[in-house]
Design a protein around this ligand. Structure first.
Ligand SMILES: Nc1ncnc2c1ncn2[C@@H]1O[C@H](COP(=O)(O)OP(=O)(O)OP(=O)(O)O)[C@@H](O)[C@H]1O
Length: 298
């Protein structure tokens, strides 16, 4: 596997995994490079792709995966490079959606897993691999419980924020969907846009990543919700709930009516914008997937 490069975040998750990853890579003749700061995986992945790597393994959490994908984009190498993942983060939500729940499975998938070409979300100039959460997630990232993050990915930030709030009037938002069926205006707590995941009561459902569509959920009117309940996600994402509006769209623009910016979490990294346009680029990212991956989930 001489054309395989492993790009790892030594800070991901809670355990020191560097020796183990070095060993796994060494056994397979793959090169490992470790990041030293946020953003490094972008450059390392771009350099690896430019040097002709055919497989790049993102060893870390969802944030590291996102950076590696940005690097592949920077090298304009989506046609040439396959992404594999060693899930080492706190919330490996995207890896889990690809049927890669743990490192053992990840090694098997790297060696013999099926290769698929999946959709990639785009927010202005950067990829959204798994999901974008808009709304009340501005300051919650540090306080978010790792178990919650493991189960719900970046939706955990929203849940944490909801729990910290005693009163909130909502944001007045407009969603302008390209096919118009998902157009919406009103007071919302947040908008969840999934490429790799869907937002369901069990917190963990894989989206159809090959349908050229985002799954969009608007959370509105939560006055009646018990925000401290453990079953908050069931209440939030119940199909029958009056609190949510579901739609699908190949692209959409989310705009805040107030002149201020709002927080958008893109695969767990926060940016502030007043308006953000998200677009699906179909069948863009080559990925190695596990047996649990469903090309067309129900
Ligand atoms: N060497 C480093 N030191 C500090 N921060 C880093 C380093 N390398 C990467 N980062 C930053 O850490 C962020 C989070 O990393 P990553 O996603 O791998 O782990 P995690 O937070 O444990 O897992 P998850 O994002 O799945 O919850 C990345 O988005 C990246 O910007």
């Amino acid at each position: 596997m001489t054309d395989t490069r492993v790009i790892g975040n030594p800070q991901s998750g809670s355990e020191d995994h560097t020796d183990r990853i070095e060993q796994i890579a060494d056994d397979r003749n793959a090169t490992v490079e470790w990041t030293e700061a946020a953003g490094d995986a972008i450059t390392l992945a771009a350099d690896a792709a430019a040097a002709g790597a055919s497989t790049i393994v993102a060893a870390g959490g969802d944030g590291t995966v996102n950076e590696v994908v940005r690097g592949i984009d920077r090298a304009d190498a989506f046609d040439d490079v396959t992404l594999a993942i060693f899930p080492l983060g706190t919330g490996n939500n995207f890896a889990t959606q690809l049927g890669i729940p743990d490192l053992e499975t990840a090694i098997t998938v790297l060696e013999s897993g099926e290769r698929r070409r999946i959709d990639l979300g785009w927010a202005t100039d950067r990829p959204v691999v798994n999901s974008c959460v808009a709304g009340l997630t501005a300051n919650a990232s540090d306080e978010t419980d790792p178990e919650l993050k493991r189960r719900f990915g970046e939706v955990a930030y929203l849940i944490t924020t909801l729990r910290e709030l005693s009163a909130f009037d909502g944001l007045r938002l407009t969603i302008d969907a390209s096919d118009a069926t998902g157009d919406w205006t009103g007071e919302a707590l947040g908008v969840l846009v999934g490429n790799g995941r869907r937002f369901t009561t069990d917190g963990d459902a894989q989206a159809d990543m090959e349908d050229a569509l985002f799954d969009v959920v608007v959370i509105k009117d939560v006055a009646a919700l018990d925000l401290v309940s453990d079953s908050i996600t069931e209440r939030l994402f119940d199909r029958e709930s009056d609190h949510i509006v579901r739609s699908q769209a190949p692209s959409l623009t989310i705009t805040n009516h107030d002149p201020e910016t709002i927080a958008f979490s893109l695969d767990g990294e926060f940016v502030r914008e007043r308006e953000l346009t998200l677009e699906v680029r179909p069948a863009t990212l080559r990925v190695a997937v596990g047996e649990g991956y469903e090309p067309t989930p129900e």
